[in-house]
Design a protein around this ligand. Structure first.
Ligand code: 3EB
Length: 334
């Protein structure tokens, strides 16, 4: 018997000009033309990311709930929660060095999750302006960010096998913006991809501290872990730990899709005793990050061959965390 113990989060993409008509909102994450600090004045969490070159190409990721929502702010982290799920967001302003401020902001967020009682951290998103540029010490900004993130997780006793699924991607401004989805009671299973080295085990040539994230997390509202959601991390053209097909965006897209297909498919599900096997056609609320604008049509063509015609898919023209990566994709199996 499947015992329902809680509800699962709900999200959808909504055009920026249709946000007035919403009700039951936990949070609105605007992928828009400018960054802001988390805002709780609407009675939910509102957070603006600089991820669109104009509002015409922007959209909102809207998280909804049928429960009453409480909001608050602590240590610069804005949050909204409904008794089951917590969304919280923070920002490190543009800086010459990021590790220290990232560590502090992440620590504030992890402490907040603990104090509010939402310790099952399912998904994080990180948007890093000038992600491939060097900081004041000649360290790539992404690596600088990874350093602070790793230190924060370690200080809060997060083992590598308890880090969430994540995205680490370029943005167009605002320093480093991040938001998190955490759960109070859902069963949470971190999932790795057997075709990729776990990011937290990447060798040192990719930076002084590895990126700390899981390839996916499986979130289930039942004791027997049936009927769950799969949160797929940002996924690129990486096999083992190495970038493949540098300079060939089509081959990179195909390999990234292959990685996701393997991650959501039956072989991985069996490894984790998850009674679900999905294909790329089950993925929804998909974000496709493309480094060069002129590559978007080719990437879109490939994606349309693999995703459901009913899936929501957003294309964003931003940098990717390794200079030799041209594309990264993420999504959710709802
Ligand atoms: C990779 O597989 C590609 O730093 O949070 C994907 C997802 C990537 C998340 C992160 C980075 C992150 O290493 C990059």
């Amino acid at each position: 018997m499947t015992q329902q113990i809680s509800a699962l989060p709900a999200s959808a993409f909504v055009p920026l000009d249709e946000l007035d008509e919403l009700s039951g909102v936990l949070g609105v994450i605007n992928y828009t033309s400018g960054a802001g600090d988390p805002d709780i004045s609407p009675g939910h969490l509102r957070f603006d990311l600089h991820m669109a070159h104009g509002t015409a190409e922007g959209f909102a990721e809207v998280w909804t709930t049928d429960r009453p929502v409480e909001t608050g702010e602590s240590g610069g982290i804005g949050y909204a929660h409904d008794g089951e799920h917590l969304l919280c967001a923070g920002r490190v302003p543009p800086s010459e060095r990021y590790a220290e401020a990232t560590r502090a902001a992440y620590t504030a967020m992890l402490e907040l999750m603990e104090s509010l009682g939402y310790q099952r951290c399912a998904r994080m998103w990180n948007f890093v302006n000038d992600i491939n540029a060097d900081n004041a010490d000649g360290l790539e900004v992404y690596r600088d960010f990874c350093l602070g993130r790793a230190e924060a997780f370690e200080a809060r006793d997060f083992s590598d096998t308890s880090v969430p699924a994540a995205t680490g991607i370029g943005s167009l401004g605002g320093g480093i913006s991040f938001y998190v989805l955490a759960s109070r009671t859902n069963a949470l299973t971190p999932i790795e991809n057997s075709k990729q080295v776990s990011a937290y085990n990447y060798p040192e040539r990719y930076g002084p501290r590895p990126p700390k994230f899981a390839r996916a997390t499986y979130l289930s509202a039942t004791e027997d872990r049936a009927a769950g959601q799969l949160y797929v991390s940002g996924t690129s053209s990486i096999r083992g730990h190495e970038t493949l097909f540098a300079g060939d965006v089509e081959k990179q897209t195909l390999l990234a899709l292959e990685n996701i297909a393997h991650l959501v498919g039956s072989e991985t599900a069996a490894d984790y005793r998850i009674e679900q096997h999905n294909t790329l056609a089950d993925l929804d609320t998909i974000k496709v990050y493309v480094r060069h604008r002129e590559d978007i049509p080719a990437v879109r063509r490939i994606c349309e061959e693999h995703f459901s015609p009913d899936a929501q898919v957003a294309y964003l023209n931003v940098d990717v965390c390794r200079a030799d990566l041209s594309v990264e994709l993420e999504g959710i199996v709802h």
